[in-house]
Ligand binder design. Structure first.
Ligand code: AMP
Length: 281
């Protein structure tokens, strides 16, 4: 495994690799580090589907608002490298901020994620968040020129907006959505779970229980969004729910669920930590 820290080294490496291996496929797994089994599942898929796997580890400042946890975000370089080594990753790209943003980010080219998808749900409380995500993801695509890039369904809105960017800009990369990995008792794995106490983790289980209650109700034939929301909110009683939404793949609210185009999203705050979970139906 090679660890590269500069964009120059990475570009050089990719150019060499492509010249020597014109028919080999490259898989990219973009992460912000503090790797857990959720990230590992993306790496495993890349290893299965591609000849060469690159993991990027970069806590991207442009997707954090000034009041968010950029400084506090867990950073675990050594453990991350061990995980990548064990998973037989080919390259870990771990740049400093100045590598990705040689100029102050306000002096750089930026672009806006489509408003209808970016100003709702997560975007409502995190203005500019998805613009920052697209900025860094596009930079990573251009640097690594992947055949496929792997993203978790855990960050549903992010995944859909990245798919939209790829479609709108005709980017030559296939986005592979990967299922949510959970603890045995159902909590969706997240680097931010590290902020929770044991009690907090127990309370957080209400989120996946609420999604399970919705799945069960759907199986029993309930389709109306209002009824499904009521069922979930009962399970979440006592928890600070920031939003519970039932939307289609364009993130438009649905009155009634439709098979293969429904997304149920829950964001709740437990011990001050924002936790996201969702259900793709
Ligand atoms: P992050 O490091 O939080 O930016 O996440 C990097 C990638 O891992 C994103 O595509 C996430 O959606 C994905 N990811 C994070 N947690 C999970 C999980 N529990 N299951 C599957 N994918 C995940």
């Amino acid at each position: 495994m090679q660890v590269l820290c500069t964009t120059k080294e990475l570009r050089h490496h990719i150019a060499n690799f492509k010249a020597k291996n014109p028919n080999k496929t490259i898989g990219l797994v973009p992460t912000m580090g503090a790797l857990h089994n959720g990230h590992l599942s993306l790496i495993t898929q890349s290893k299965e589907q591609c000849d060469y796997t690159i993991v990027s580890i970069f806590v991207n400042p442009t997707q954090f608002a000034p009041n968010e946890d950029f400084d506090k975000y867990p950073r675990k370089q050594e453990a991350d490298l061990n995980i990548c080594q064990k998973a037989d990753v080919d390259i870990v790209f771990m740049p400093e901020i100045a590598q990705m943003y040689p100029l102050d980010s306000t002096l750089q080219t930026t672009f806006n994620a489509p408003k209808n998808m970016a100003n709702v749900l997560e975007g409502k409380t995190r203005p500019g968040h998805f613009d920052g995500v697209l900025q860094v993801v596009l930079k990573l695509f251009n640097l690594t020129q992947p055949t496929k890039a792997f993203f978790g369904q855990k960050d549903a809105q992010q995944l859909l907006i990245i798919q939209k960017m790829v479609e709108d800009l005709f980017l030559p990369v296939t986005i592979v959505p990967c299922p949510i990995i959970r603890t045995q008792d159902g909590l969706a794995l997240s680097s931010r779970n590290a902020y929770l106490s044991e009690n907090g983790k127990r309370e957080a289980l209400k989120i996946s229980s609420a999604l399970n209650a919705i799945t069960k109700a759907i199986m029993q034939g309930i389709k109306d969004s209002k009824s499904l929301e009521r069922i979930a909110l009962e399970v979440l009683e006592g928890t600070e729910v920031e939003y519970l939404a039932i939307v289609d793949r364009e993130l438009e609210a649905l009155q009634s669920i439709k098979k293969d185009s429904t997304l149920v999203l829950i964001v709740a705050r437990i011990e001050g930590v924002r936790l996201l979970d969702n259900l793709w139906f």
